[in-house]
Design a protein around this ligand. Structure first.
Ligand code: DP6
Length: 327
């Protein structure tokens, strides 16, 4: 498998000191320009570049140690469900020496698998913790490429604030990494509107593969994503909120349109998701500058500026407001 070769090449660069434990936090991230579709499934290389904002203190904390006879995986203080533990063990297979096992204790302060990108923060925190335990001494760019093998969106969770994940063009994936982008945008706020935290039936991996294989509309996606990626970089660099909000909302809806045109159809929305979208559109018609984005799940993430925080809270009393740049 190509990913084993990729890891072998990467580990040749390791130059740190191993330890007896590793501990790290990584933030969740919300894509403003979405990653949707793989150009290489084994190396997890995306069709298009993406851009995200990390959620400050919301994310995953992970501790890794060596274990004696088998991997032991804990999620939020309890033995992890089998599918979760298996996914982690499979990822650890990439790095383990013969007869080496790991104990992984991971805690999320966001719902797992509800489209709130917990696999992103999960693999980013794990790879940072492994870097300490196994003594790789890698920089964030190198770690982002290893996190990518766990989950594409994890590539971006190595950073606070804005991150861009370059799709790259190389077949070996060595130019597909994430880096931090631009300065703090102190007045930007993200609002989380949770519709459901039930584990979704179709995960992102299967969802995007089905879309690429069966959706006629997917053909239009790479060009739109490229264009949105450029617009969003401009918006972030200039702190142009209107450009950011309009581009991010349109990008999310275009992604969901490709899914609706897949077969069997793929719709991550619940009736309440649509009701909330309409509420945002109505608020905008009434003069409130408010936008949303939605990942492969039913929950909305609102985008607005600090000056509108009170108005947003009044309209959506249950919203969880995040300041991505609070220290
Ligand atoms: C809609 O990163 O979960 O959230 O690489 O297959 O693990 P895999 O997929 P994943 O997909 C995220 C899709 C998205 C958009 C995004 O975060 O860019």
């Amino acid at each position: 498998m190509k990913r084993h070769k990729f890891v072998k090449l990467m580990l040749k660069r390791a130059n740190g000191k191993p330890a007896t434990r590793g501990e790290a936090f990584a933030p969740a991230n919300i894509a403003l320009c979405k990653y949707w579709g793989k150009r290489d499934a084994d190396l997890n290389l995306p069709v298009n570049s993406s851009l995200s904002i990390s959620l400050g203190k919301l994310g995953t904390k992970t501790v890794v140690k060596f274990a004696k006879t088998a991997d032991r995986v804990f999620l939020n203080g309890k033995p992890a469900p089998k599918d979760f533990a298996d996914r982690i063990s499979k990822y650890l297979d990439l790095f383990r020496a013969d007869g080496q096992f790991f104990e992984v204790r991971t805690k999320n302060n966001i719902p797992t698998a509800a489209g709130l990108a917990s696999s992103a923060s999960g693999f980013a925190a794990l790879v940072k913790a492994l870097d300490q335990l196994l003594g790789w001494g890698f920089n964030p760019r190198e770690l982002s490429m290893l996190a990518r093998l766990g989950s594409g969106s994890a590539t971006r969770s190595l950073y606070e604030g804005f991150a861009v994940w370059h799709a790259g063009v190389r077949a070996d994936g060595m130019d597909s990494y994430a880096e931090s982008f631009s300065n703090a945008w102190k007045d930007l706020r993200v609002g989380i509107l949770e519709v459901s935290n039930v584990r979704k039936k179709t995960g992102s991996t299967d969802g995007m593969n089905r879309t690429v294989e069966t959706s006629e509309l997917y053909e239009a996606w790479p060009a739109q994503a490229d264009c949105d990626f450029d617009e969003l970089r401009t918006a972030v660099a200039a702190q142009d909120f209107t450009l950011l909000g309009e581009t991010a909302e349109n990008n999310a809806l275009a992604m969901h349109a490709t899914m609706l045109a897949a077969w069997p159809p793929l719709c991550y929305w619940k009736p309440q998701t649509l009701a909330l979208m309409q509420k945002v559109w109505q608020a905008r018609e009434n003069g409130l500058e408010l936008y949303f984005t939605i990942d492969a799940g039913p929950n909305l993430k609102l985008l607005f500026l600090k000056e509108n925080q009170a108005a947003v809270k009044k309209l959506f009393p249950k919203v969880q407001i995040v300041n991505p740049f609070s220290s």
